[in-house]
Design a protein around this ligand. Sequence first.
Ligand code: GLU
Length: 261
Amino acid sequence: MSIVGARRIVVKVGTSTLTYENGKPNFRAFESLARVLSDLKNSGKEIILVSSGAISVGLSSMGLQERPKEVRFKQAASAVGQCELMFTYDKVFSEYSQAVAQILLTRDTIKNPERTENVRNTFSALLELGVIPIVNENDSVAVEEIVFGDNDSLSAIVAILAGADALLILTDIDGLYDSDPSCNPDAKRIPRVDQITGELMSAAGGAGSSRGTGGMHTKLEAAKLSTEAGIDTVVMSGKDMHALYDVLDGKPVGTLFTARR
Ligand code: GLU
């Protein structure tokens, strides 16, 4: 199924979109995300949101300026921040009478077939009931996530698990560029990628913002997973949530990674 006909859609939103540089929640971003996703849902789409931001919001709630080095403090921050994150989502989605649900996953959930089946059933029941599931990694128990992991791959795994038609990864840049646009003013956005090659992966570079954990590399890895499973994937900017309408209307937004069919 192409992006235009996509019915079940996973949207991934990162810390850089949901929070300001100082780590505090960007309520304008939360509000416009909730409005657009509720509206898409009303139009007949099924939406699953994969949201980061717990650690950043938790740190700012506790008045900490810097991301701590010690893992247990990051876990503590995620435990505090996840509450605030869901409180904020609940509030902004309730403006549109849209029910939301929290699902926290760890990699080992996905490794166990029985638990995988349980999660799949929960997704299908929630979607059938018109709820928007909001997924994050269970950071306070999953140490690997904080150290190596990222919500980009989690979003691809969720898209596969839930049998999604499309995965939209929102970030702080409007797609994949042929060179680093922060140092090369002539860098050009690549509108479409049909094959994620090793060369493309190494050109994508490493780390993302100081507040999240991903970067373009993890987005390509996620896109590789999802496109290989037959899911069209778009990496696009989260600055203007209205772009979500455009991408689903087939307009050229971000970088489209086409599914292997
Ligand atoms: N799960 C982490 C959080 O909610 C973020 C992981 C990521 O940025 O990819 O803070």
